[in-house]
Structure formats: structure tokens, C-alpha cells
Design a protein around this ligand. Structure first.
Ligand code: NAD
Length: 487
């Protein structure tokens, strides 16, 4: 064990950057803290402009070789990375839980298998990527997806490896090289991914991982003229700064941002199903961009819905996310808790009523909260809290439900609970959202487009849309004549 390796829940993690196939230290470090108990997990290399430049240079140098690697070979290596993830699911799950506080049982059963699937899916999709030629007056128009170049991928802390690989896999499949910058609050699984990719035979420099505070290393990554794509998942204010920085080189951006999504509960729904969907919004202690944090319930069933919701929500077990029985873990850091509590206390001060919760719990936990008597134009209804805080408003008809649902600056997702297929069709057609769920939540096929409308994002990724973003699309028009060799 050397000074640059820490052991987290029995798993060795290198704390240095991964640049050009080598581990690189920085002069400075930052302390990575576990949200479970506030303990220091270790000192992580703290990158700045020099590390950003080195990583982009490594990605640039590796690009021609990887771009020229046949699709089938790229796909083979991505499958080998998926194999490596599958072999290490237990290790990845416990390290992620220790680092960001999300439930171990979710990491084991849902998240890490999905990480492997991200690589398998985009490897397979790459091999099917094709477009029929267009004919124009005897000329053929042939469409190709050409690798674009080095990509900078910047990710948040709430689902670190899932969100990173959702970008890394298609970017690599497309023949691009990557500089991944994980969030400073949960950097560890990105380092493990670098190990797995190297073991899978990914050539040096094709995937680089740099760590550090976004404010110190971010600008040097996003303003670098050799970067050909930036994909960012995170908050709206950071997205604005990245867009400004990328503007210098007009670097194409994909932005997956925050939300304030509604759950519309109509009186014709199976109320228990609607309550299940509502309680699910406390997952990951409410730190889910897609969470339907605004419950909009038809007035005639609101009282009964609330009664059943309170029964279910108060039975949730809050505690150590490593415990199988735990339903709600801690919030990521004390600043986040203060932010959450600030939103709640301001709402209470302006007339909201806490049906449950409304205060901090022990340590880094926030009591699951449901607020009623909230105004549509109030901060608590309009702004993303990113904690276990839901609001409940009532409506009397479909038009009012849709008006309330669409009346924020966001448009990431919406969920509709109804027993009527006709109503579902009418309502979903009028909702402004990148993803709409009907009588379900969170299920999504990787072939489908993902992203947000309005302030929830710019662009879509998923299936062919990912390749459209990570590639330079080319149309080659060939004349029917002019050939000299007729062999
Ligand atoms: P954040 O914007 O604070 O940070 C995200 C990442 O950006 C981190 O890696 C951070 O270091 C980096 N960063 C910060 N400043 C930067 C700069 N100037 N240049 C480049 N990079 C910089 O977001 P967060 O608090 O980590 O994450 C929570 C937010 O992410 C919420 O708003 C949530 O809704 C959103 N989110 C969206 C999705 C989605 O798919 N739409 C998914 C998960 C989270």
C-alpha cells in the first residue's frame, strides 16, 4: 500500500488522477468525507489547470488510434469493461455507498448492474448504427457517424458511476477519447473505473480521469480548444458557467440539469399505486434529479391519499445506507442539509404546513418531509431542493392539473397516475417534460432519448441520440459516374 492508495470498506482505491495511462499526483489534495458518519476517507489529488491540460493532451494524442480502431474491436473492449464491472459489483457498490451515502442494496441490485449494461448497450448499439442511403438524381448520400475528438464529461455526486458511464460508454463507443471529471464529493468509483478500463485493455489516454473542485479545474477543461464535446450533468448555475466557457470555441454541449417534476394523481387511479409512486420520491434521500417532488392530487381523493401516504412514509426506515433494511440514507454534506433546511424553514415561515417532517434529523439526515398549503409561485414549489422534501397541492380538473404541472422553469420529467388510458394520452400530450411516466417511475430503456426541456437541459442522449451528439455526422454524396476502374 502506498501513500496514494486508500482502503475504503476493504477496497483499495488510488487517489491520483489517471492521465495517459499513468497515475499522476497533484501538489494539493482535498479530503473526501463519507456522508454516513462524516469520517474522512482519504486525501484525493486536487487537480487544476495543469492537470486539465495534461489530460486533454493525453486524450488528443490517443484520439487518432482509438478513432481508427474498428468498431468491432471497440465494442469488444467495452464488453470487457462491462465484464470487469460485473466482477467488481460488490466492491463498486460498497465504495459508492461509503462515498455518497446512497443505499447499498440499490447499488448492488440496480445501479452497478446498470453501469455494466451502459457499456454493453452502447457496444452493441455501435454495431447496428447505420442509415439507409438517400438517392438524389442518381447520386448516393451516405450518412456516417465520425468520431468527434476528445470529450470532457463532468458528473455530479448523486449517482456518480451510473451517470459517468452513461456518458463514457457512448463517447468511447463512438471512437472518441474522454476526460472524466467526477464530483469532488464522491470521486472514488471513477478511479476504480480507470483501473477496470485499463485491465480490459483500453489503450492509454483513451479514458482519463481528473479529480478536483469544479471551480479550480472546470474552466481549464471546458475552455480547452482541443475538446470537441462537453457533456455535463449537474446544476443550472454550473451549466451556465460551462456554457460561457465553451462558447469561446463553440464546443458542442449536452446539458442534463435539475428538475422540479410533478406527480399527477387523478381520482380514477389505483390510490395505493399512486401512494407507492409518491413514497418512491424519497429515494436517495431525495437527491434524484428526476424526483417528482410536487405531488398534485385531485381534490376528491386528496384526504385519503394523504392519510395513506403518511402511513407509508412514516414507516420508512432512515439510517445507515449499508443496512439492508434502510430506506432513506443521509444527505451528501452539511452544506446540502443547510440548504434543504433553509428551503423548508422559509416555506414554513410563509404559511406552509408540515404534514410530516419539516426539520433535520440526526447527523447528516433530513426527516422525510411533506408540505401542504404551499402557493404555486412560492420558492418551495418553484425551486429544486434536492432533499427528501415533497409538496402537495390539489386540483379540481385536468386543465388545472396540467397548468400546475407545467408552471415551473423546469421540464425534466413528469409522472401521471390514472386508471384511464384516454386521460393518460390527453395529459401526457400536454406536459412539458423530457420523460413522462404513466403509472410507473424511473424505468427507462437506453435506446430512448433522455434529457430535459427548458432549464432542465439542452439536448438528448440515449441510443442513436448519444451517437448523434458524440459524433460528427457526415453526409458523403457520390456521383453515379466518374469512376475509372470498372473492375
Ligand atoms: P454541480 O453543478 O454543483 O456539480 C456538478 C459537477 O460540475 C461537479 O463535478 C463539479 O465539480 C463540476 N463543476 C462545478 N463548477 C464547475 C465549473 N465551473 N466548470 C466545470 N465543472 C464544474 O451539481 P451537483 O450539486 O454535484 O449535482 C446536483 C445537481 O445535478 C442537481 O441540480 C441535479 O438535479 C442535477 N442532476 C441532473 C441529472 C440529469 O440527468 N438531468 C442527474 C443527476 C443530477
Amino acid at each position: 500500500m502506498n501513500e496514494h492508495r486508500i482502503t475504503v470498506a476493504g477496497v483499495a482505491v488510488d487517489t491520483r488522477h489517471w492521465i495517459g495511462g499513468e497515475r499522476i499526483a497533484s501538489a494539493g489534495t482535498f479530503t473526501d468525507v463519507s456522508p454516513i458518519d462524516g469520517s474522512a476517507l482519504g486525501e484525493i489529488a486536487r487537480g487544476g489547470p495543469a492537470e486539465a491540460a495534461a489530460a486533454v493532451a493525453a486524450a488528443k494524442a490517443a484520439f487518432p488510434g482509438w478513432a481508427a480502431t474498428p468498431r468491432a474491436e471497440r465494442a469488444r473492449i467495452l464488453h470487457a469493461i462491462a465484464d470487469g464491472v460485473e466482477k467488481r459489483i460488490e466492491e463498486l457498490a460498497i465504495v459508492e455507498t461509503t462515498d455518497n451515502g446512497a443505499l447499498l442494496r440499490s447499488h448492488r441490485r440496480g445501479v452497478m448492474p446498470r453501469v455494466a449494461h451502459n457499456f454493453r448497450f452502447f457496444a452493441d448499439w455501435l454495431l447496428t448504427l447505420d442509415h439507409e442511403d438517400f438517392g438524389t438524381r442518381g447520386h448516393t448520400n451516405h450518412v456516417s457517424w465520425d468520431p468527434a475528438g476528445p470529450c470532457v464529461l463532468i458528473t455530479p455526486w448523486n449517482a456518480p458511476l451510473m451517470l459517468a458511464t452513461w456518458k463514457v460508454a457512448p463517447a468511447l463507443a463512438a471512437g472518441n477519447t474522454v476526460v472524466l471529471k467526477p464530483a469532488e464529493w464522491s470521486p472514488l468509483t471513477a478511479s476504480l473505473l480507470a483501473d477496470i478500463a485499463a485491465e480490459a485493455g483500453l489503450p492509454a489516454g483513451v479514458l482519463n480521469v481528473v479529480q478536483g473542485h469544479g471551480s479550480e479545474i472546470g474552466d481549464a477543461l471546458t475552455s480547452n480548444p482541443d475538446v470537441r464535446r462537453i457533456s455535463f450533468t449537474g446544476s443550472v448555475p454550473t451549466a451556465r458557467r460551462i456554457a460561457e466557457s465553451a462558447a469561446a470555441n463553440l464546443t458542442p454541449l449536452s446539458l442534463e440539469l435539475g428538475g422540479k417534476s410533478p406527480l399527477l394523481v387523478f381520482a380514477d387511479t389505483d390510490l395505493d399505486l399512486a401512494v407507492d409512486l409518491a413514497v418512491e420520491q424519497y429515494d436517495n434521500a431525495g437527491q434524484v434529479c428526476l424526483a417528482a417532488t410536487r405531488l398534485l392530487v385531485e381534490e376528491s381523493v386528496a384526504e385519503e391519499f394523504t392519510r395513506r401516504f403518511v402511513d407509508r412514509a412514516t414507516a420508512l426506515k432512515q439510517g445507515d445506507p449499508r443496512d439492508e433494511a434502510t430506506d432513506i440514507g443521509p444527505n451528501i454534506h452539511s452544506r446540502q442539509l443547510e440548504k434543504i433546511d433553509g428551503f423548508v424553514q422559509r416555506a414554513l415561515a410563509s404559511g406552509a404546513r408540515a404534514v410530516i417532517g419539516g426539520h433535520r434529523g440526526d447527523g447528516r439526515y433530513y426527516a422525510p418531509t411533506l408540505l401542504t398549503d404551499v402557493r404555486q409561485d412560492s420558492e418551495i414549489v418553484q425551486e429544486e431542493v434536492f432533499g427528501p422534501v415533497l409538496t402537495l397541492q390539489t386540483f379540481t380538473d385536468e386543465d388545472e392539473a396540467i397548468r400546475l404541472a407545467n408552471d415551473t422553469r423546469f421540464g425534466l420529467a413528469a409522472t401521471v397516475a390514472t386508471g384511464s388510458r384516454e386521460r393518460a394520452e390527453r395529459v401526457t400530450a400536454r406536459l412539458v417534460a423530457g420523460t413522462v411516466w404513466v403509472n410507473c417511475f424511473f424505468v427507462r430503456d437506453l435506446q430512448a432519448p433522455f434529457g430535459g426541456s427548458r432549464l432542465s437541459g439542452v439536448g438528448r442522449e440515449g441510443g442513436t441520440w448519444s451517437f448523434d451528439f458524440y459524433c460528427d455526422l457526415k453526409n458523403t454524396v457520390t456521383a453515379p459516374n466518374g469512376w475509372k476502374n470498372h473492375g
